[in-house]
Design a protein around this ligand. Structure first.
Ligand code: ZN
Ligand code: ZN
Length: 352
């Protein structure tokens, strides 16, 4: 079976010697159709996020079709189209028992602590797969996971309809936050130094905060870049009594004066992924009932064979990069036989 692995820092390879996944009683095997790349994948590739072993299967933002279901699984069946929720909390610790599963100290994550999803087939706990309609574009299906983070960040910000919200950073998370702000009835503004990314955010409905003199003192600010300097600017531009949500992260410290924090009565909150089982179904319902189309943030699609190129280019590309997988059928044998040397051609790719 083929998979995309990290063999050494900054060395990504496509291999075809991976064993077929074994399906536990509560697992499903998913024939993966597409995987989006994001900053945390790039951090793994660069060696900034240590992984348990090399070679390491990469990727976590996946959708596909159920190929097999374990004997205790009653509500997933072969042929069903699903997205994967790639963070697996223990569901037993105090944090999990309050519903705040993002804070689970035992949480496992595909592509980080557990092998990733950039493989032809992967075994996933069935309850961490969520059915999505066959009618959805691949581009929208591949964005469900990062969009769930974006919707969570906007909800945490307390943004009300009509509020202006500053989105700091227009990487794929910033672009999805921009869409989520508009969906919540807010008015998104963007700060982004990369011209192509900024232009894409504006195309998706954001106003350029740098070019807008009235764009100061935002009641809600969402920092997505992770750069400490950007966090400092985000803090500066939060209105008195306002809320700053940090989504991007860095181990480098940012300066924050308690005088400013207290005098301006700011709320600063970290937003870490999403909670299980509440948030994925909420995202899917949002997508089903609204013309949000998160797939609009995708700009470059690569075939599995070109995965190393996808990783090499993703950091510089405006818009999200994703990899589409060969599609041979929903059973391991059919997939295996049909997928060799062929891939389904899709047309979402747009030069950036
Ligand atoms: Zn991600
Ligand atoms: Zn837990």
């Amino acid at each position: 079976m083929k998979a995309v692995v990290l063999t050494a820092p900054d060395e990504v390879a496509v291999v075809d010697d991976r064993p077929e996944p074994s399906c536990g009683p509560r697992d499903v095997v998913v024939a993966v159709h597409g995987v989006g790349l994001c900053g945390s994948d790039l951090a793994v590739v660069a060696g900034h996020r240590p992984v348990p072993a090399l070679p390491w299967v990469l990727g976590h933002e996946a959708f596909g079709v159920v190929a097999a279901a374990g004997e205790e699984v009653a509500d997933r069946f072969p042929g069903q189209r699903v997205v994967v929720e790639p963070n697996y909390p223990c569901l037993a610790c105090p944090s999990c028992r309050t519903g705040a599963t993002a804070g689970c100290p035992n949480r496992r994550a595909a592509g980080i602590t557990d092998p990733g999803l950039l493989a032809e087939r992967v075994a996933v706990p069935a309850r961490f797969t969520w059915p999505v309609p066959d009618s959805w574009d691949d581009a929208d299906a591949v964005c469900v996971e990062p969009l769930t983070v974006a919707l969570n960040a906007v909800r945490m910000s307390g943004l009300a309809a009509g509020d202006r919200c500053l989105v700091v950073g227009a990487g794929s998370q910033g672009l999805l936050v921009t869409l989520a702000v508009a969906h919540a009835g807010g008015v998104p503004f963007i700060v982004e130094p990369h011209e192509g990314r900024r232009a894409l955010a504006v195309e998706l409905g954001a106003r350029d905060a740098a070019g807008d003199a009235s764009a100061t003192a935002f009641p809600a600010v969402i920092e997505t870049s992770g750069a400490p300097e950007a966090f400092e600017e985000a803090l500066e531009r939060t209105a008195p009594g306002g809320t700053l949500i940090a989504v991007g992260q860095s181990v480098r410290p940012a300066r924050l004066s308690t005088f400013s924090l207290v005098q301006r009565r700011l709320t600063v909150r970290g937003c870490l992924i999403y909670d299980h089982p509440a948030d994925f179904p909420r995202t899917i319902a949002t997508l089903a009932g609204h013309d949000l189309r998160p797939g609009r943030i995708l700009r470059e699609r690569f075939d599995l064979a070109d995965a190393p190129k996808a990783f090499a280019r993703a950091a510089e590309t405006a818009g999200k990069t994703w990899i589409s997988m060969p599609r041979g059928g929903t059973t391991p044998h059919a997939s295996r036989a049909d997928s060799v040397g062929a891939s389904v051609t899709r047309t979402e790719e747009t030069p950036s």
